[in-house]
Design a protein around this ligand. Structure first.
Ligand code: GDP
Length: 300
């Protein structure tokens, strides 16, 4: 994945200086941490997260854990790796399914983040796993959003619930509620609700998303965020956390040359895991997000 390319190269460079050293002095460790700090800031990791990360790594790098190691530099690489995995959310988190179907998954995020595309990807992914998903068109704001979801549904081979024409017409909260009754009647076991987004965080649409959340009690609320968003990531994520209290994050456009730092910051600042990664415009460009794999990639 190209996303963490920049961060990866810089981290690798800074860690290289430690390789081959028999014993590490505080100066060795601090020199490396300075480089890591610069690399992370350049990659749009927020200052808060960089500070916490480097201070956690420093404490461990100067402890007996490293001093007593056979190869101290290797041990520091290991520590950086472990701390990255921790920041990225630890173990991979899977979707929570409802004990009694349907499982309700609500999507929220800024316009253009890739929600509608993701709805199709997630539906296809679940359908392959023997689920019967129903896509629900609750983005009644953006022109043609309903139509776009219908196309996505057709391409994914899954059903779409879209009783309203959209384009500013219709009540999204009612559509969401009715869709669950519809799913119950027709025995769809997963309901994926696509909601409206604006270019910036918008009080009215956030309230609408919060109302949909309240009316449907979703098992998962996934915050969809474009990996290219950069330093705005944290403020945007915090606004959505306050508005819809999301349970997980989906990182989109990881195929672009985004600075991967936004991902680290969002997870660290909201304490919500990244669950999926979207890596292109096609419905199959989608995979579960593995924190350990991503951390290893950073250090490759
Ligand atoms: P929404 O407004 O949040 O529903 O966003 P859309 O699903 O309409 O996506 C906005 C644009 O981003 C569309 O042109 C998508 O094809 C594109 N897109 C979505 N996900 C990805 C991705 O992972 N990679 C790339 N390169 N493009 C994506």
């Amino acid at each position: 994945m190209a996303t963490f390319g920049t961060l990866s190269t810089r981290l690798t460079e800074s860690l290289k200086n430690l390789r081959g050293k028999g014993k590490l002095s505080p100066a060795d460790v601090d020199g490396t941490l300075r480089e890591i700090r610069r690399a992370m800031l350049d990659a749009d990791v927020s200052l808060n997260v960089v500070k916490k990360f480097t201070s956690d790594v420093r404490e461990r790098a100067l402890s007996d854990e490293v001093n007593k190691a056979l190869n101290p530099a290797q041990q520091v690489v290991q520590i950086v790796n472990e701390e990255l995995v921790t920041i990225l959310g630890g173990a991979q988190r899977r979707l929570e399914f409802a004990k009694k179907p349907p499982t309700i998954i609500m999507l929220a995020g800024l316009q253009g983040a890739g929600k509608t595309t993701l709805a199709g990807k997630l539906a296809k992914y679940l359908a392959k796993d023997k689920h019967t998903p129903l896509l629900v068109a609750c983005d009644l704001q953006r022109p043609n959003a309903v139509q776009q979801l219908e196309v996505v549904g057709k391409n994914a081979g899954v059903a779409v619930y879209s009783p309203e024409p959209g384009n500013g017409v219709g009540d999204p909260v009612k559509v969401a509620k009715d869709s669950i009754k519809f799913a119950n009647d027709k025995q769809y076991d997963v309901v994926i609700i696509d909601t409206a987004g604006r270019l910036g965080v918008d009080a009215e649409l956030m309230k609408q998303a919060a109302d949909i959340r309240k009316a449907t009690s979703p098992d998962e609320v996934l915050f969809v965020i474009d990996a290219m968003i950069g330093q705005d990531a944290v403020a945007t994520a915090q606004a959505f956390q306050e508005g819809v209290d999301f349970t997980g994050v989906v990182l989109t456009k990881l195929d672009g040359d985004a600075r991967g730092g936004a991902a680290l910051s969002v997870v660290s600042e909201t304490q919500r895991p990244i669950m999926f990664a979207s890596t292109g415009e096609n419905l199959d460009d989608f995979e579960p997000f593995y924190p350990d794999r991503m951390a290893s990639r950073i250090l490759d």
